[in-house]
Design a protein around this ligand. Sequence first.
Ligand SMILES: O=C(O)CCC(=O)C(=O)O
Ligand SMILES: [Fe+2]
Length: 202
Amino acid sequence: MTDSLARDLGPALHRVARDGVAHEPGVIPEALRRDVLAELDAERYVALPAVEGPHRVRQEGEHLVLVGDEITSRPAVHALHRAVVAAIAPQVPEWQPDEVTVQRYAPGSSGISTHLDGRRHRYLVAILTLEGAATLRHCTDREGTTAQAWDADAGSLVLLRGPGLDGISDGRPLHAVDGPRERRRTSLTLRATPPRDVTSRG
Ligand SMILES: O=C(O)CCC(=O)C(=O)O
Ligand SMILES: [Fe+2]
């Protein structure tokens, strides 16, 4: 199975370190994109909580979280994971994503309102769009004032800056994703999580 991406991520990695968010279209090879979608079709998705966290982030969609052998036992998901890690390793070898989240948004849904991803997800968050399209916004405040917006469409990648990238202790960007308009959008996000025994022991 293909294990390289369709585009060099060097320029996008430069932009994410500088700006906090970078968008790169046409990253996922078509055959791999279709294989991942086919593999994920039969999965059981769970509705996202409508409101999450102290900032009351609003969410409308469904998700599935894969870790460990739930990733390696799915050949297409695993191939995409390997391809993204291989493309990023020359610049950010520290990033070792161990969690895959698949999210599906129905047409007309509201997506996810302005938020920061968790501080524990170090270096990078990589959001790949497997099908459909929606506007992803880089915001300057929690009210959702938009600094820049991109079309997160099929095959594209959005990188978000995580703590530790380029020596910046915490440069996480506020961002939001709209719901898709005409057809379902499915995204697949790679994040690194800290080893379990790093958490406090009371
Ligand atoms: O589906 C996406 O585009 C990712 C949305 C997002 O920001 C998140 O899941 O934290
Ligand atoms: Fe996010």
